[in-house]
Write a new protein. Structure first.
Length: 1007
């Protein structure tokens, strides 16, 4: 460190530090840099970007000991955390960073690293033009320094005095810098006071010295013993008389009085039109006159000084101006920040403000805990952010949900052809596949009411169910689950026909219970017949030997014992034949769809005698009831075994048998036919289908086993590829049966306390249903509320809410179904759909642009500055625009801080409009860019019908209202959709499989 006038304080500090053994002592420059960095990090390390959840992942190795002393603890794996009961605030900078999609710049809740509002430290203009540089005060200070150097060099003898031209020339760029950084007034003022005045006085002093005036005064004193007053007269600008002091002062006063009126008039003209305060022009003239008075007084005092002293006194005051400038700016900034704090202060205690901050913090904590991968849904437009809605993202921000968020279900609405499948279904399916391929275990189950989506996603799915595969349609279903599936194969009826549809529902349920019992009993009877055959095979040799012995002995031949033994043998042989026949006969009842239909036909085996409306069981129905062990009136009861459920009082089988025997058989024929017609409407599409067969040509309706559709619960990606154009309603029926099987298996997870731990092979899976209005029913409305706890998420797509009405008996039922979806996307759709979405999104606190205290809109300030005409480089009037910027018209002012709507005066610039057809005066011209504050936050609908129509009806699917459940808290905005065409599906999957595209890269590329 070189020793000079600037480093002497640092030298003394270091010397003192060594004496006191204080360690390393920083220099002034190092302290300045350190403090600047500290302040910068305090702002840029925004506290609202940290999640205070007790985890400390951002602790540097150098800070570990410090953090441990603060109260943190270390786990066995080396990670640090804050124990319960310890204040989390001191650990903010070490806490996890908020998720990128939640980091909203538009929010008025920005805080510093230590949790204080940004408004305490940053003004709106800081983010645009910025505050004055510290170099400005240096420029102010350099002008008098250059003046002093000019004076010194000018005093050199002969031609060396010409060196004074060099510092004098260097003053010019400093004056230009002040003109550019401040304004022309500041440049002229500092040029006169800091350079011209002291240099002129110095030239006069040099003239006095070089002409010998001052020397003559000294000679006069030494030669004739003149008094000190005479010497004073020679060395000063006094008049010849002793009253020179008074004469100089009087001259200055006279000069002021003779010119002040002209200055006043000139100042009034300059301030003409200034109505920022009452009598602005007159007040401006007075200000000019007062400034002129100060200047004249200073001139009079300087004239009383010795010629060699006058310029240095002027330089003294000029040098102090830099400090005054810095001090004034310091005070002005302090005032502005104080006012901003007062603007924000009141709202900090507002209940809604606190609630919002708590909700956003909870959202950040939940997202931090959620380790499942994220799925990009759309790219935000920032529409609601511009209205300062607290739960909307910044423009251009990815709107995402995690896999766990999807388990709260998502509904995508939009008219036919608007791009629901392209913008959402394929997009979600692709990303789920990528998550699975990258190691996160998640299943995917894709269905489609029109049957096309699974085929389009064939590269995404591990396999598609389609003809040529073995499919057991009702495999894994119980009787009640089968009945639910069959009863879901037709749209709910209206109240007028409800008696027939409900009667058919009940008939199907009882038929399925009997069908299940027959299938179970087939197996039980077969097993018992095999057991009986085994016993009989062991008994017959003994019986034959006994008969042979009795028959060979004349004493016993023909005896009663002999006769009984023969009868017993014959009876046993008859039983052997009976059980052999039972074992060898083809099984009548198998758990397949065809046999379920056969039971429905069996229940129609009712005989109605002539003249008697009351029916009776037909022989076939009696036979199989007898097979179950039912005691049929008029029929010998000779079952091999009795179904155990028949012996249990109040069992479902008992009730089903009673229903058939007492209710169904006794119904009038027309009523039975009406019920059966309803049933046939449900089952006929599947029965009459011809293309749904396995590789051997066996119809799926006849198969008992096949592919395991429940593999989706173990991480498989499966679809059902049955296009409606090929399979018509049969494809829909198959999907209903297979999804019912998945639902049944899913509900088995309730048998354990924590299925994730106790069923480690099973995973979360996402079900995607396009054209869901053709597939959903009461099963979904009952399942979706509990599906999340079972590990299932639903992504359903449909045109509008009206179309879903056909799936439910009442509007309340439909509303209950719709309420299960915590995430919604809405493209162009019907007005009724818009109204539903409006209700779902609900009300919130939105901005109305009136001055109020809710924080400053820093984001808007930069946007306003960027969009200003003054910053259009190729503007036709760019030359004049540059002048306006130099005149200070590019300053950004917050409306919250702008008390007067008219604005500050325009100084002399109004003259630029003279002679033009612009009839504006300075009173109506703004001199600053106005940026709204957050305005009055008022409750109201977050989106309106008008907004939805305006944003969506002409977008062609390019925009959608996206309402997401992110960390159990909403995220809402009109967003740009991300189209994924079928060709893109294949392209992306090829890249995935070749490890050329990762999740993050896919999100960026797709967006």
């Amino acid at each position: 460190m070189g020793l000079n006038i600037f480093t002497i304080p640092d030298f003394l500090d270091k010397l003192s530090g060594k004496i006191k053994n204080a360690g390393a002592v920083l220099t002034s420059e190092q302290k300045t840099v350190r403090n600047a960095n500290k302040r910068f990090l305090r702002l840029i390390g925004r506290g609202d970007r940290y999640v205070l959840n007790g985890e400390l992942p951002n602790v540097r190795s150098s800070d570990v000991e410090k953090v441990l002393k603060m109260g943190a603890q270390r786990r066995d794996d080396g990670t640090l955390y804050v124990p319960e009961g310890v204040d989390l605030e001191p650990f903010r900078m070490y806490s996890p960073m908020i998720a990128e999609d939640l980091d909203d710049e538009h929010s008025s809740y920005k805080v510093t690293a230590d949790g204080l509002p940004w408004e305490n430290f940053v003004t709106t203009n800081d983010l645009t033009q910025g505050a004055d540089s510290t170099a400005t005060s240096i420029v102010y200070g350099m002008i008098p320094v250059l003046a002093a150097l000019t004076i010194v060099l000018a005093a050199l003898p002969s031609f060396w005095a010409l060196l004074a031209v060099i510092p004098a020339a260097l003053v010019v760029p400093h004056i230009i810098a002040l003109h550019q950084g401040e304004d022309v007034n500041e440049a002229i003022k500092m040029g006169f006071i800091g350079f011209i005045a002291p240099v002129l006085f110095s030239l006069y002093a040099i003239f006095v010295v070089k002409t010998g005036v001052s020397v003559a005064a000294l000679d006069q004193m030494s030669g004739d013993g003149g008094s000190s007053m005479s010497v004073m007269q020679g060395l000063t600008n006094f008049a010849a008389s002793p009253f020179g002091f008074i004469l100089n002062i009087m001259g200055a006063i006279a000069f002021f009085l003779s010119t002040v009126w002209g200055v006043f008039i000139f100042g009034t003209i300059v301030n003409w039109g200034d109505d920022s305060k009452l009598g602005g022009a007159v007040q401006g003239g007075k200000a000019w006159a007062w400034g002129w008075a100060k200047l004249c007084a200073g001139f009079g005092i300087v004239m009383c000084l010795p010629p060699v002293m006058a310029p240095w006194v002027i330089l003294l005051f000029a040098s102090a101006y830099a400090m005054r400038y810095t001090e004034l700016n310091f005070r002005a900034r302090g005032w502005a920040l104080d006012q901003q704090n007062k603007v924000v202060g009141g709202v900090m205690q507002d209940h809604s403000f606190k609630t919002t901050r708590e909700d956003r913090h909870m959202q950040a904590v939940n997202v931090e805990k959620d380790k499942s991968p994220t799925i990009v849904i759309a790219i935000s437009s920032g529409y609601l952010a511009s209205k300062r809605y607290d739960f909307s993202p910044d423009p251009g921000k990815k709107m995402v949900v995690s896999i766990n968020d999807l388990c709260t279900h998502m509904l995508c609405l939009g008219r036919t052809g608007i791009g629901k499948t392209t913008n959402f279904a394929r997009l979600v399916a692709l990303q789920i596949a990528l998550c699975s391929m990258e190691g996160y275990r998640v299943g995917l189950f894709v269905l489609c009411g029109k049957g096309t989506l699974p085929g389009e996603l064939s590269n995404v799915l591990e396999w598609n169910i389609k003809p040529g595969m073995a499919v057991g349609l009702i495999e894994g279903l119980s009787a009640k689950e089968l009945a639910k599936a069959i009863n879901s194969m037709v749209a709910s009826s209206d109240d007028k026909n409800k008696i027939w549809s409900q009667g058919a529902d009940n008939h199907v349920l009882n038929a399925c219970i009997i069908f299940e019992a027959l299938c179970q009993h087939e197996e039980s009877v077969y097993k018992k017949a095999v057991q009986e055959l085994t016993k009989i095979d062991m008994m017959i040799p003994n019986l034959e030997f006994n008969v042979k012995q009795l028959n060979s002995n004349p004493a016993t031949k023909g005896s009663e014992n002999h006769i009984n033994a023969v009868k017993e043998l014959q009876k046993t042989r008859d039983r052997l034949a009976f059980y052999k026949t039972e074992v060898q006969r083809p099984r009548k009842w198998r758990w397949c769809f065809d046999d379920a239909v056969a039971v429905l036909d069996l229940l129609d085996n009712i005989v109605v005698t002539q003249g008697n409306a009351q029916g009776a069981m037909g022989p076939e129905l009696q036979k199989w009831f007898n097979f179950l062990g039912v005691n049929v009136v008029g029929v010998d009861r000779s079952p091999i075994a009795i179904h155990p459920e028949l012996t249990r009082q109040g069992s479902a089988l008992q009730k089903a048998v009673t229903y058939v025997a007492n209710t169904w058989v006794g119904m009038p024929y027309e009523q039975r036919q009406s019920f059966r017609l309803n049933v046939n409407q449900r089952i006929n599409p599947l029965i009459q289908s011809t293309g749904l067969v396995d590789e051997n040509g066996t119809p799926w309706t006849a198969l008992t086993t096949g592919v395991d559709i429940t593999a989706v619960m173990r991480g498989a990606r499966i679809g059902i590829d049955l296009p409606e154009s090929l399979h018509e309603d049969a494809g829909t029926a198959v999907q209903i049966l297979l999804k019912q099987r998945v639902y049944a298996k899913l509900k088995q997870r309730v048998k354990v306390a924590d299925w994730r731990k106790e069923m480690p092979e099973e995973t979360v899976f996402i079900q995607i249903i396009d054209e869901c209005q053709l597939l959903v029913s009461q099963q979904e409305i009952k399942l979706l509320p509990i599906a999340r706890s079972f590990g299932m998420g639903a992504v359903y797509l449909t045109q509008n809410v009206e179309g879903l009405m056909s799936c439910f008996e009442t509007e309340a039922g439909m509303e209950g179904f719709l309420d299960q979806f915590q995430s919604i996307t809405c493209s162009q759709a019907s007005e009724a759909t818009y109204e539903f979405v409006m209700r779902k999104v609900g009300h919130g606190t939105l901005i109305q642009y009136n001055p109020s205290g809710r924080g400053l809109d820093f984001k808007a300030s930069t946007s306003t500055y960027k969009r200003s005409t003054l910053n259009v480089d190729d503007h036709p009037q760019r030359a004049f625009m540059r002048k306006l910027k130099r005149w200070g018209f590019a300053k950004v002012v917050s409306q919250d801080m702008f008390r007067n709507d008219i604005g500050h005066r325009w100084d002399q610039k109004w003259s630029a409009l003279r002679g033009t057809n612009v009839k504006e005066g300075s009173s109506s011209i703004r001199s600053a860019m106005m940026v709204h504050g957050s305005g009055a936050m008022q409750d109201g609908p977050i989106v309106t019908l008008v907004e939805m129509g305006r944003e969506l009806n002409t977008s062609g699917g390019a925009r959608a209202l996206v309402y997401l459940n992110r960390g159990n808290v909403r995220r809402v905005d009109f967003a740009k959709t991300i189209p994924v065409t079928p060709g893109k599906v294949d392209e992306y999957m090829r890249k995935f499989k070749e490890d050329q595209l990762e999740q993050e890269l896919f999100e960026t590329e797709a967006a």
